[in-house]
Write a protein that binds this ligand. Structure first.
Ligand SMILES: Nc1ncnc2c1ncn2[C@@H]1O[C@H](COP(=O)(O)OP(=O)(O)O)[C@@H](O)[C@H]1O
Ligand SMILES: [Mg+2]
Length: 440
């Protein structure tokens, strides 16, 4: 590099620090006069007493000439006149292989010791634009999820994005843990957003387990954290996935839950004065969701296969977030409380669920056998009332007879113990044996 290049860098360097000062604090918002900053920029607010660490905050809006900031941390000791220093940059996190096996917060710092950052990490912006649709390779290869109900009838492709729709206590966390341990992805990035602290610990120790954690990075933003931290948890987890995708990895991203991300954005939107629309959600919620969910999937280097959980109360699939998310993704898996109550775990209702890429990734024989299995389930369920009250006489209809004798075996096959492992090939093999094994 020529010496003149160095000179030009020095000449163009911004050697000024820009400061503003706090005018007032209203709820979650801090209003300040200056510094000159753009939306999304990170600012430090220096607390009144000097020995305190500055509070990291982000520009979320403007009010006439004034800047509206929102803090990443709990705010104490901030008052009128406190100095606001702009960093001139949006939020970045430190990412690298050293994060594998760690549990980090929304800013990418290890949860057990927030001051230590593992060595050898590189800076990565948390907000990225989705890959150009024209440069995205299509999804063509199946990926093993390691859950029989999914691999058999809802086969997924590398880089597919699906929503898992369920109420609470139906088995989402358990299912995500199984996927993390059993899938053929190289690494899992798991974002736990808006859960209670106890649930985070339970998930890591119980659902994920030591074996799952070894090939995972967990990003946790609990419900007690400020709204901005919860949102950033989603961005940071997505950014970490993108970093590994760019290295050519097959990444699994699991976000539990995207509903809580939407709720955090609603909190911010309402605080900065956006109008509430359906269920109080503000317009910005519906503009950030597609931007966030489009970042995953394939790019020219690698793939991010993504699982987004959506909380649905009483199976109301028309709830605004469920509706918005379903439209963006390439499939939806519906977990059914009725199945859970019957002890049919994982409680995925395969009839109501769909993988939109199964046809592109499963081999013809597998597709054929999956169709037969779906048909048997459908015929049984259409006639289940008649069958259960004994109004159906065997021998009346050959197809119903067949469905009756296969249905219990199929249900049995779809059941899976939490620590049971089946590869995609094994699952397909079992399906074939089950359907071709003759009737008895
Ligand atoms: N595959 C499974 N096999 C047996 N029990 C399960 C299975 N999945 C979930 N459960 C039961 O359901 C309960 C709730 O599951 P959890 O994953 O915590 O639900 P959620 O995350 O949706 O609130 C668990 O405590 C467990 O008893
Ligand atoms: Mg859970």
């Amino acid at each position: 590099m020529n010496i003149t290049d160095y000179f030009s860098v020095i000449e163009n360097a911004d050697t000024f620090k820009r400061y503003g000062k706090v005018l007032r604090v209203v709820g979650l918002m801090i209003e300040s006069e200056g510094p000159a900053a753009n939306i999304g920029e990170v600012c430090y607010i220096h607390a009144s007493s000097n020995d305190r660490k500055p509070i990291i905050s982000e520009v979320v809006g403007f009010n006439n000439e004034k800047i509206i900031l929102m803090p990443y941390a709990e705010v104490t000791e901030i008052g009128p006149g406190c100095l606001v220093e702009s960093t001139g940059k949006p939020l970045t996190v430190k990412v690298g292989r050293a994060l594998i096996g760690q549990v980090v917060n929304s800013l990418g710092r290890p949860l057990d010791d927030e001051l230590s950052t593992p060595k050898g990490l590189s800076s990565y912006m948390t907000d990225q634009t989705p890959p150009n649709p024209m440069s995205r390779p299509p999804i063509r290869k199946p990926i093993q999820v390691g859950v029989k109900a999914i691999d058999s009838l809802l086969t997924m492709g590398e880089g597919q994005r699906v929503g898992i729709f369920a109420g609470s206590g139906v088995g989402k966390s358990t299912l995500l843990g199984m996927i993390a341990r059993n899938s053929s992805a190289d690494i899992n990035v798991i974002a736990l957003i808006g859960e209670r602290g106890r649930e985070v610990r339970e998930f890591i120790e119980h659902d994920l387990g030591e074996e799952g954690l070894k090939k995972s990075i967990v990003v946790a933003a609990t419900s007690d954290q400020p709204a901005l931290m919860r949102i950033k948890g989603a961005y940071t987890a997505t950014a970490i996935s993108e970093y590994f995708r760019d290295l050519g990895y097959k990444v699994n991203l699991m976000m539990d839950s995207v509903t809580r991300v939407a709720m955090a954005q609603r909190e911010i939107g309402l605080a900065i004065g956006e109008p509430p629309t359906t269920k109080g959600y503000t317009p910005s919620v519906f503009s950030i969701l597609p931007k966030l969910l489009e970042r995953t999937g394939t790019n020219t280097n690698g793939t991010i296969t993504a699982f987004y959980t959506v909380l649905v109360d009483g199976d109301d699939m028309n709830e605004p977030i469920a509706d918005a998310v379903r439209g963006i993704l390439d499939g939806h898996f519906i977990m059914d409380r009725k199945l859970a109550e019957r002890g049919q775990f994982p409680a995925i209702n395969v009839q109501k669920s769909i993988s939109r890429v199964m046809n592109l990734v499963a081999d013809p024989e597998h597709k054929e056998i999956a169709q037969q299995m779906r048909r048997l389930i459908a015929v049984y369920e259409e006639n289940s009332e008649l069958i259960n009250i004994g109004a159906y006489k065997r021998g009346t209809n050959q197809e119903i007879d067949r469905a009756i004798s296969y249905y219990p075996k199929i249900q049995d096959f779809l059941k899976q113990d939490v620590y049971e492992y089946k590869s995609l090939e094994e699952t397909v093999q079992i399906m074939k044996t089950l359907l071709n094994g003759g009737m008895n």
